[in-house]
Design a protein around this ligand. Structure first.
Ligand SMILES: Cc1cc2nc3c(=O)[nH]c(=O)nc-3n(C[C@H](O)[C@H](O)[C@H](O)COP(=O)(O)OP(=O)(O)OC[C@H]3O[C@@H](n4cnc5c(N)ncnc54)[C@H](O)[C@@H]3O)c2cc1C
Length: 507
């Protein structure tokens, strides 16, 4: 069968997924492709998605976006990690930082040295005494720091918080300036090729027809093209991740802009707090099987640190993923491809990684099945790795104070996670896949933070004498404290480099 050369790309949906996809394709394949994005103001976007992970910096670099301009336009702030409150046990807290703790010595990761030290003494939380990110977060400081002093110790790794609707507008302006055409309208029907079943065109309610060679479904949870039209099924993962609803509400700006997201465990879910320059983003993610919507709203409002600026807005979802991410000549990106709850702020990253993978494997002409297979294989692996990391937060807990937590603590988890827990518990080693999004330091911090104290450490750590170890740990802390003391406050950094326009602050 003859397949035309792929020159016309149609993106359906203009939320964060649609506009990131448009921006990246315009930047990297804009000379080969005509790109048309169809979206409907009447339908709108999901309107949440405000916390990110450091990989977003790579996206901005590829797009050539200036960091300060970007943060000014989106009322953004910096993020050093996520503080988890009440997860492993009630009253506990830890920061999952974007950086290492301490530094690797003699090819042995720092946590093994720390585990060996007298200071560890059965307290898994002690590791954070050697976290640069924790020190900066505690003092609400932020600055660009590549290295600690003149050591080999890495400085501050960071990501951003930003206003989701301003982010989509920012990327829209970027994409339109690079030739992307935006068409307003609601998709009413889809035309398929009688022989191949490929999508040939979509028709909007106003009668306009948009034809294309390749379609990207960014229509959100509805998954209009891949799910509804092409009939690709959905794998439901809610037995492991039982939260299925969220209520989101903005509140006034925090009195001190801290450089981290907070995730506080609640009786049947958890609540996020995202500090922006003009307001705070909040939401309660919960399981409808374990609490009512009214009780969830009360919990959310009672947990706000500043005055609410509206009524809670409900969102429903099912955690899981599409059986395939690309079928025929259509790939789904964003919520249309699956959903992993926002506990580790991974959805925008998934959009970005799917777009970059699709661009790497994008078909020119001919049979695309080999590229499609590779794309589906890699996207599926990525989803499963993130899923396991999220389940860890719920399952590894001593909490049994509500039905929800009893369920999470005692549920069966995927074998891949059981193995990781056993390995770390026995030896402090991390059984991470090579292409796992989460680094060894992330797994270590969350496993310790949730309360696992490894029974042993890497014997290579014994190569340092006890005196050397004590001196090393003391010196490290001094160097880190000095480096953090030299940083400006997060507020000062923002005011100096990326203050939001007064007009935007008032909006
Ligand atoms: C509670 C919650 C909290 C989240 N928090 C985070 C977070 O902190 N960090 C993070 O990275 N991610 C987060 N996410 C995920 C993030 O919000 C999404 O990944 C992101 O917004 C992308 O959404 P989307 O573009 O896929 O879908 P949407 O925003 O829903 O956009 C869908 C688009 O499709 C269009 N459309 C739909 N149907 C039609 C039609 N028939 N015709 C024409 N157009 C149509 C709509 O108009 C819209 O433009 C969160 C998600 C939820 C639910």
């Amino acid at each position: 069968m003859d397949r035309p050369e792929v020159t016309r790309l149609v993106i359906v949906g203009g939320g964060t997924a649609g506009w990131i996809t448009a921006a990246a394709f315009a930047r990297l394949l804009g000379e080969r492709l005509t790109i048309e994005l169809v979206e409907s103001e009447a339908i709108g976007t999901v309107g949440v998605g405000e916390a990110t992970i450091p990989q977003i910096i790579r996206l901005n670099t590829i797009l050539g976006i200036d960091e300060h301009e970007f943060l000014r336009a989106t009322s953004g702030t910096f993020k050093l990690g996520i503080e988890f409150v009440d997860w492993g046990s009630k009253g506990s807290r830890y920061l999952h930082t974007f950086g290492e703790t301490g530094m690797t010595v003699g090819n042995v990761a720092f946590h093994h040295h720390w585990r060996r030290s007298a200071g560890a003494a059965g307290d898994p939380k002690g590791l954070w005494n050697w976290s640069l990110h924790q020190m900066a977060a505690d003092q609400a400081r932020f600055g660009k720091l590549d290295r600690v002093g003149n050591t080999a110790m890495a400085g501050l790794a960071y990501a951003y918080h930003f206003d989701a609707s301003r982010y989509a507008l920012f990327l829209r302006a970027y994409s339109e300036a690079r030739g992307v055409t935006r068409t307003e309208g609601i998709v009413q029907s889809v035309q398929r090729d009688g022989e191949s079943g490929d999508i040939r065109a979509i028709t909007l309610q106003n009668g306009t027809t948009v034809a294309g060679d390749f379609f990207i479904d960014c229509t959100g949870f509805r998954s209009l093209l891949l799910g509804e039209e092409l009939g690709v099924g959905y794998q439901d993962w809610s037995r492991w991740l039982p939260c299925d609803r969220a209520l989101a509400v903005p509140s006034e700006r925090l009195p001190v802009l801290v450089p981290y997201t907070r995730a506080t465990a609640k009786d049947a879910g958890w609540q996020w707090r995202i500090p922006l320059q003009h307001r705070t983003g909040n939401g309660h993610v919960y399981s409808s099987g374990f609490t009512s919507d009214d009780a969830a709203a009360d919990t959310l409002l009672a947990g706000l640190d500043t005055r609410a600026l509206g009524d809670p807005r409900p969102i429903r979802f099912t955690t899981g993923r599409r059986e395939a991410f690309w079928a025929h000549n259509c790939a789904a990106i964003g919520l249309s491809s699956g959903f992993l709850e926002p506990l580790e702020s991974t959805s925008i990253h998934l959009i970005q990684s799917h777009v970059s993978r699709l661009i790497q494997l994008f078909p020119r002409a001919g049979d695309p099945s080999a590229m499609r297979e590779e794309y589906n294989r890699r996207c599926a692996a990525e989803f499963a790795q993130i899923r396991d990391f999220l389940i860890l937060h719920y399952h590894q807990t001593t909490r049994e104070d509500t039905e929800f937590w009893r369920y999470c603590k005692h549920m069966a988890v995927p074998d891949s996670l059981t193995h990781k827990l056993a390995l770390f518990g026995a030896s402090g080693r991390v059984g991470r896949d090579v292409d796992d999004l989460f680094r060894e330091a992330s797994w270590v911090q969350v496993m310790l933070g949730q309360g696992i104290m490894p029974a042993d450490y890497d014997p290579m750590a014994d190569r340092m004498s006890e005196d050397q170890l004590a001196e090393f740990l003391a010196n490290l802390r001094t160097l880190m404290s000095r480096a953090v003391a030299g940083l400006p406050s997060h507020e000062q950094y923002l005011a100096r480099h990326c203050p939001v326009d007064a007009a935007l602050l008032a909006a």
